[in-house]
Write a protein that binds this ligand. Structure first.
Ligand code: URA
Ligand code: CA
Length: 433
């Protein structure tokens, strides 16, 4: 097989066979196929797309390029959740203990944040003592014992995807739906999921800003999952404004605790109940969505979900007393209110700008090596549709030494106020099965 023949085949609109895709991915991973040929291939795929079979074969070739996690020692159907990334998205922190408390095993691999979106592991590490450096055997034992554990992403998972993503990033080929879909699905499958619930974001703060693109991406991933034997469900959710009120690591932990207590922001609560219901149904913990939702609501009301969160934190070295005493979490030195300059209704809150504002305060990383300040961030006091009087706080900035002026300027830029009433956006905008 010659790589150049495969490139011209795809360039001319042909379909690559399973063996051809495997050859490409193996060769690219072991270095026998150079970056310039893979770049040409990625660009050909960008313009020509891929058939459903090609997408499934690409996904599995990337899974097989590295280590895969075997979760078969955990009893039950392991359902993983993946979000395509948003601002202030605290769902994993809520969902993991919430669904575990009704019997859905959660064996989760999570990442750190880069750029304007935060990572679940960074957020969890704002709990004193909490760590994710546990071996595979202990990970499995914890899930069997407590129903939930979270570890860092293994460095050896899907090396083909890591290399290809790096290449796409510098060759204008990130935004290809088949390439994004196979990239995401390969990581979920390699980390051992039997079934997958996807939260595909749409709107300003999302990767896919257009609803039609988000829908296509969701359908593509659900199709891949079905073809490779992992039942997949996608929920399309709005990211035209940050999720919940808090943006920032410790602030989001506090928001997750509030939500597990039944006192969280309504959008975050609703998204967690929706995603959690799908997880419960796929795992067999509930027979239908209504039953699942009722079980989840009961777990919140009875305090079972919050108890599970404490058990989960303590089992990974964390100080579970933060749940009842959130003031033990890292706290910023200065709290600065950002008052509205005019009266009216909040028309938009540019999520990406808001994420960048939090990053300027030190909540996010500019590069992989940058340190982050777990205590800082932004708490919104108004969301889209809310009425506001001039002088009332739109948000509160939690800051230490850096970035205050710049962050406040960004917050003003990102929030638009208009005289006419505004209808808040729907949170759940679609579902793909
Ligand atoms: N996220 C991924 O994991 N892969 C992509 O290709 C794009 C977003
Ligand atoms: Ca939030």
């Amino acid at each position: 097989m010659r790589t150049v023949d495969l490139i011209t085949k795809k360039r001319d609109g042909g379909e690559l066979s399973e063996a051809e895709i495997r050859f490409l991915i193996q060769g690219y991973t072991d270095g026998s196929i150079p970056d310039y040929q893979m770049s040409a291939m990625a660009m050909a795929i960008f313009f020509r797309g891929m058939t459903p079979e090609e997408r499934a074969n690409l996904t599995m070739a990337m899974v097989e390029s590295g280590e895969t996690i075997d979760l078969s020692a955990i009893s039950g159907v392991k359902v993983d959740k993946h979000s395509t990334g948003g601002v202030g998205d605290t769902t994993t922190l809520v969902l993991a203990p919430l669904v575990a408390s009704i019997g859905v095993p959660v064996a989760k691999m999570s990442g750190r944040g880069l750029g304007h979106t935060g990572g679940t592991i960074d957020k969890l590490e704002s709990i004193p003592g909490f760590h994710v450096e546990i071996g595979n055997d202990e990970f499995i034992e914890l899930v069997n014992r407590n129903g939930v554990a979270v570890i860092g992403q293994s460095a050896n998972l899907t090396p083909a995807d890591k290399k290809l993503y790096g290449l796409r990033d510098v060759t204008g080929t990130v935004n290809s739906i088949p390439l994004i879909a196979s990239s995401i699905m390969s990581k979920k499958i390699a980390s051992g999921a039997d079934a997958i619930v996807l939260d595909v974001k749409t709107g300003d703060g999302a990767f896919m800003k257009e609803m039609s693109e988000a829908q296509e991406l969701a359908a593509c991933m659900v199709d891949i999952g079905g073809r490779v034997g992992r039942k997949t469900v996608a929920v399309l959710s709005d990211m035209s404004q940050p999720l919940g009120n808090a943006i920032g690591n410790a602030l989001e932990v506090k928001e997750a605790i509030d939500t597990l207590r039944g006192q969280g922001p309504s959008d975050l609560t609703e998204l967690c109940l929706t995603l959690g219901s799908h997880m419960a149904v796929l795992s067999g913990a509930a027979s239908g969505k209504e039953e699942a939702r009722a079980l989840l609501e009961q777990a919140i009301e009875s305090g079972k979900a919050l108890e599970k969160f404490k058990t989960f934190l303590a089992s990974q070295g964390g100080d579970a007393s933060v749940v009842d005493e959130p003031e033990r979490l890292p706290t910023a030195k200065r709290l600065i209110e950002v008052p509205a300059k005019e009266s009216g209704f909040v028309a938009s809150i540019a999520a990406e700008q808001m994420g960048l504002a939090a990053m300027l305060l030190g909540a996010g990383r500019a590069t992989k090596e940058s340190p982050i300040d777990l205590s800082v961030g932004i708490v919104l006091r108004k969301k889209i549709g809310d009425a506001v009087q001039a002088g009332e706080p739109l948000a509160v900035v939690h800051a230490n030494e850096v970035g205050v002026e710049e962050a406040i300027a960004r917050i003003y830029e990102s929030i638009a106020i208009q005289p006419e009433a505004v209808r808040p956006p729907s949170l759940i905008v679609g579902e793909v099965h």
